[in-house]
Design a protein around this ligand. Structure first.
Ligand SMILES: [Zn+2]
Length: 338
């Protein structure tokens, strides 16, 4: 009789470790956020330590290498983990290895940090901090990635790569920042960088690619999930896809409108330039919650000096480039909707 393959045993351990990490973290975060005064100092410290230990167990079981860094949540010490991929590890570990192999990743020294108590700090699943070039993720990011229901880590890494283009003097949608009404219920209504087009269309490509889904389903089957579980994950994935599509449609509509207006204003008069940077262009008075009120274009490492005509020309060139990109993404989105 053949012995079970190492890979299979390894994956089952990974799933058990992932489940413990996910459940313990979620239970604590939910009850702590509901009523933090129900916990004593000792209970909080002991939970944070337990979650950190379970996170370490998960990383060990999934073959992700890490460096631990002592940190604090308020006055509670614990460890955060800087992650590195490994060739023979789990799907997640191999994914990280592939990202690290990209020349721009090394050149930009982008870091991925897993914070066991991320959810006590943030409502999102993950985020990218340009100042420190660090993608911050919480434990649930790995659950969702394993289940193939969301691609938060991939999404934030794309933001990191797009931001890096600014320092290299390349054109990128990350150069465009939109601001609008915080009163609107839309996601990204108050603040939006246009590279969300790159990240969301990429998420959709991943989540709708039949080959990738087949691979994820095989991985889940090998990991011991039942067909009922997998049906639930498929429904979850469908929800993520529909949500991403609606966010993209909305961004396309609003950014196209705002950029068209910004271009008209830019052509009508020279931009106000302070310290080599042009001021944001106001495209709406802010009373209409369905529109962006301002557009700001970051021309760092593209133009230097305060020559208004030169900056006007570069701004218009940048807008034309962005409008083409918007049209490309819209076309791809329409093909996905068919
Ligand atoms: Zn994003």
């Amino acid at each position: 009789m053949a012995a079970p393959s190492c890979g299979h045993v390894f994956l089952l351990t990974e799933v058990a470790a992932l489940k413990s990490m996910h459940k313990t973290t979620n239970d604590f975060v939910n009850s702590y956020n509901a009523n933090r005064f129900a916990f004593t100092r000792e209970q909080i410290q002991s939970k944070i330590t337990e979650i950190t230990d379970l996170t370490r167990d998960y990383l060990n079981a999934s073959g992700v290498r890490y460096e631990e860094k002592g940190t604090m949540y308020g006055s509670y010490p614990y460890s955060a983990f800087y992650l590195h991929g490994e060739v023979g590890g789990s799907r997640i570990s191999r994914f990280l290895k592939g990202v690290e192999a990209k020349p721009s990743y090394k050149a930009e020294t982008i870091k991925v940090m897993l914070d066991p108590v991320y959810k006590l700090r943030q409502s999102a699943a993950a985020h990218y901090q340009p100042e420190t070039k660090t993608v911050h993720v919480g434990p649930e990011t790995f659950t969702y990635m394993k289940l193939g229901v969301s691609t938060a880590l991939r999404h934030e890494l794309k933001h990191a790569f797009e931001s890096a283009k600014i320092s290299r003097g390349e054109m990128t949608l990350a150069r465009f920042t939109f601001r609008g009404s915080a009163k609107s219920d839309d996601a990204y209504a108050a603040f939006m960088r246009l590279d969300e087009l790159d990240t969301y269309i990429r998420d959709l490509r991943q989540l709708t690619n039949p080959g990738k889904i087949k691979q994820i389903n095989q991985d889940l089957k090998d990991s011991g999930y039942s067909s009922a579980d997998m049906e639930y994950f498929a429904t979850f994935r469908k929800g993520t896809i529909e949500n991403s599509k609606s966010i993209l449609n909305n961004i396309i509509l609003k950014s196209h409108e705002a950029l068209t207006l910004a271009k008209q204003q830019m052509q009508a008069k020279l931009p106000t330039v302070i310290d080599g940077k042009s001021r944001p262009t106001f495209v709406s008075d802010g009373r209409d919650n369905s529109k962006y009120s301002s557009v700001e274009i970051n021309l760092d490492n593209l133009v230097s000096g305060s020559d208004q005509v030169k900056i006007q020309t570069e701004n218009i060139k940048a807008i034309d480039w962005a409008l083409l990109k918007i049209a490309e993404v819209q076309k791809e989105l329409e093909s996905l909707q068919r």
